[in-house]
Design a protein around this ligand. Structure first.
Ligand code: FAD
Length: 533
C-alpha cells in the first residue's frame, strides 16, 4: 500500500474529488487505482474564506513499486507503515500469581485488556461502582447536592474521563502506534468509526459509558476478573518488592505484579503508598477556572462564514499567554458545545471540569484557563501539592455558599476587580448552580494577576474572549497529578519497589484519555515481559 499525505481539497468538495486528486498527484489512469481509504482527515482554517480539508490516504494501485521509485524523495508519497499491533508475549502456562491492576480508568482498562489478551488473566480492582450505578451517583451531586466520595466523576468504572468530552488526541510521541491500538479497541467497543481518521476525534460521554461496559465484558471473556467497590487500602511490600495488596474488606491478594493506575484524585492511596516507602516526588500541575462563552463566538472566530459546517462541527481553541510575572496561562481540556461539571471526589470541596455529548450542541463553549505552578509553590513534602489543592477546593466551597454551588464571576468584572451580582448574556451550565461574587481570593495572587493579564491577551486571538458576560467558575485544581510515582525507563517498575508498575495520570505518566490508555498498553507489555522472562 502507498501513503499519500497533504492532499488538500476544498471543504465542500464532492466525493469524487478525492479519487481525482490521487490520479492527478500520481499521474496514473483511473483503472490503475484499485482502492483507497482515508487514513486521516484534518482541516486548515487559517484562511477562513477558503477552509480546506487535508487528507492522508492509503491507496493500492497496479504499479505501487514503480510509483515508489518514481516519487523517491517526495515525502508525500511513501510506503504505508505497518501500524498493526503485535503482542510482545503470551502466557504459555497458567502457573503464575495473577497480576493485579488497580483502577479501571483508561490506563487500568487498557492494561487489563492487554494482559487479558496476552493470557495473563488479570484481577482488576476498582474502588468505585460499575458505570451505570456510578452514573446515578454522579448525577446525585449534580442534581441533589449529594456526593458519594467513592462513586463520582473521579472514581468508578471508566475512571475520570467517563463523564467527559471524550477527546481522543494527544501530543505524545507514539513510534509504536499504540494510539492506533487504543482507537481500534474503542471502535470494537462501540465508538464511531470516524475516530480512526478524523484528526481530533471525540466520543462524548453517553457512548463512553457503553464502551466501558463492552471492554469489561471482553476482559472477563478472556479470563480476567473485574471487581467493583474494592478499594486497595494497603500494599504488601517486602525486600523492596511488591508481594500483594490489601482491600478495604480485609482481603489479601497475593501477587508479584501490580499496575498502579489510580488516577490523580486517589489522595488517600497516595498517602498510603508514601507511608509504605514507595518513591514519590512532587511534580508541577496547574490551577485556574473554567470559562464559558457562547459557542457561536468561537465558531465565527475560527471558521468565519463556514461556522456550523457539519464536517467542522463545533470549534475548539488552544491559547497560551506568558504573563509578565513569569507564569504561563493556558487553555486546557476545551469542551466545544459542552457543560461545566462538578468534579469533586471529597466532601465540602468544589472542583470544576468540562464534558460534552458527541453532538457537542450545547450553547456554551467551555475550557479551563489555568496557570502553571511548580513544587516551589508548595515546597517540602512530596505530597505537599495535595493540601495546596485541598485548600483551594475548600475555599471555593465556602465562596460558593457551602452547598456545592461553584463560585463564579463575569469575565468583565474579574478583569476590573469588582464582584459580580447578575448574569448577562451567558448562562453558566454548572450544576447544581453558580454563586456569583468575587473570585480574586479563589487562587493565589500570582495566578489571579496572570489570569487578569491573559484574558485580554486571548481576546486578541479570539475576539469576544474577554467579553463582559463570559462566566468564570472555579476552581480547576485537578488538571494533572500533583505527584510522580517514579518508575525506571527500562522495565517501567517503581524506582524502589520491584513488581509495582506506576502508570497513567495519577503516577504522572499521562494526561488525558488517549495518553493514559497508551501508558496502560506500555505497562501491560512490561508486566507481560517481566512475567515471562
Ligand atoms: P483515572 O481515569 O483517574 O482512573 C483511575 C481509577 O482508579 C478510578 O476509576 C479510581 O476510582 C480508581 N482507584 C483509585 N484509587 C483506587 C484504589 N485505592 N483502589 C481501587 N481503585 C482505585 N481527557 C481527555 O483526554 N479528553 C477529555 O475530553 C477529557 N475530559 C475530562 C472530563 C472530566 C470531567 C474529567 C474529570 C477528566 C477529563 N479528562 C479528559 C482527563 C482524563 O479523564 C484523565 O486524563 C484519564 O481518565 C486518566 O486516566 P487514568 O486511567 O490514568 O486515571
Amino acid at each position: 500500500m502507498l501513503r499519500l499525505t497533504d492532499i488538500q481539497l476544498p471543504l465542500d468538495h464532492p466525493d469524487t474529488a478525492i479519487r481525482l486528486a490521487i490520479l492527478k498527484k500520481l499521474g496514473i489512469l483511473d483503472e490503475e487505482l484499485l482502492s483507497f481509504e482515508v487514513f486521516r482527515r484534518s482541516y486548515d482554517a487559517r484562511k477562513k474564506s477558503a477552509i480546506s480539508l487535508i487528507y492522508t490516504l492509503d491507496i493500492v494501485t497496479t504499479k505501487n513499486e514503480q510509483l515508489i521509485t518514481q516519487f523517491h524523495g517526495d515525502k508525500n508519497v511513501t510506503r504505508t507503515p505497518d501500524t498493526n499491533y503485535q503482542f510482545v508475549a503470551h502466557a504459555t502456562n497458567q502457573d503464575f500469581l495473577r497480576p493485579v491492576v488497580i483502577g479501571t480508568g483508561p490506563c487500568g482498562l487498557f492494561a487489563g485488556l492487554l494482559l487479558a489478551q496476552m493470557g495473563f488473566r488479570p484481577i482488576i480492582l476498582e474502588r468505585g461502582k460499575a458505570v451505570r450505578e456510578r452514573t446515578q451517583d454522579t448525577w446525585g451531586l449534580w442534581r441533589k447536592r449529594e456526593l458519594n466520595p467513592e462513586s463520582n466523576v473521579q472514581f468508578g468504572e471508566g475512571g475520570a474521563g467517563t463523564f467527559s468530552d471524550g477527546k481522543l488526541y494527544s501530543q505524545i510521541k507514539d513510534p509504536k502506534h499504540y494510539g492506533r491500538k487504543v482507537l481500534t479497541e474503542f471502535v470494537k467497543a462501540g465508538a464511531p468509526e470516524e475516530i480512526m481518521y478524523v484528526s481530533k476525534p471525540h466520543i462524548g460521554t453517553f457512548r463512553l459509558v457503553k464502551m466501558v461496559e463492552d471492554m469489561r465484558a471482553t476482559i472477563i471473556a478472556l479470563g480476567g476478573e473485574v471487581r467493583f467497590s474494592q478499594k486497595v487500602v494497603d500494599i504488601l511490600r517486602e525486600d523492596e518488592a511488591i508481594r500483594g495488596v490489601i482491600l478495604e474488606n480485609g482481603e489479601q491478594i497475593r501477587t508479584n505484579h501490580v499496575v498502579l493506575a489510580i488516577g490523580h484524585s486517589a489522595r488517600d492511596t497516595f498517602e498510603m503508598l508514601c507511608e509504605r516507602g514507595v518513591y514519590i516526588e512532587a511534580k508541577p500541575f496547574s490551577v485556574g477556572f473554567r470559562v464559558e462563552h457562547p459557542q457561536s463566538i468561537i465558531d465565527r472566530c475560527r471558521f468565519g462564514p463556514s461556522a456550523g459546517h457539519p464536517i467542522l462541527g463545533a470549534a475548539d481553541y488552544k491559547l497560551v499567554h506568558h504573563a509578565s510575572n513569569g507564569r504561563s496561562v493556558y487553555s486546557f481540556c476545551m469542551c466545544p458545545g459542552g457543560t461545566v461539571v462538578a468534579a469533586t471526589s471529597e466532601p465540602n470541596r468544589i472542583v470544576t471540569n468540562g464534558m460534552s455529548q458527541y453532538s457537542r450542541n450545547e450553547r456554551n463553549a467551555n475550557s479551563a484557563i489555568v496557570v502553571g505552578i511548580t513544587p516551589e509553590d508548595y515546597p517540602g513534602h512530596p505530597l505537599a501539592g495535595i493540601p495546596f489543592q485541598r485548600a483551594l477546593e475548600s475555599h471555593a466551597y465556602i465562596l460558593g455558599g457551602s452547598n456545592y454551588n461553584a463560585p463564579g464571576q463575569l469575565v468583565g468584572d474579574f478583569i476590573a476587580g469588582r464582584a459580580s451580582s447578575e448574569f448577562g448574556a451567558v448562562q453558566p451550565s454548572y450544576k447544581p448552580g453558580v454563586q456569583l461574587g468575587d473570585l480574586s481570593s479563589a487562587l493565589p495572587d500570582y495566578a489571579i494577576s496572570a489570569m487578569r493579564e491573559a484574558l485580554p491577551a486571548f481576546d486578541k486571538q479570539i475576539r469576544g474572549f474577554a467579553m463582559n458576560d463570559a462566566v468564570l467558575t472555579g476552581v480547576e485544581t485537578r488538571t494533572s497529578s500533583p505527584i510522580r510515582i517514579k518508575r525506571n525507563d527500562i522495565d517501567l517498575q517503581s524506582l524502589n519497589t520491584r513488581g509495582l508498575f506506576p502508570a497513567g495520570e495519577g503516577a504522572g505518566y499521562a494526561g488525558g484519555i488517549l495518553s493514559a490508555a497508551v501508558d496502560g498498553i506500555r505497562v501491560a507489555e512490561a508486566v507481560a515481559l517481566s512475567m515471562t522472562k
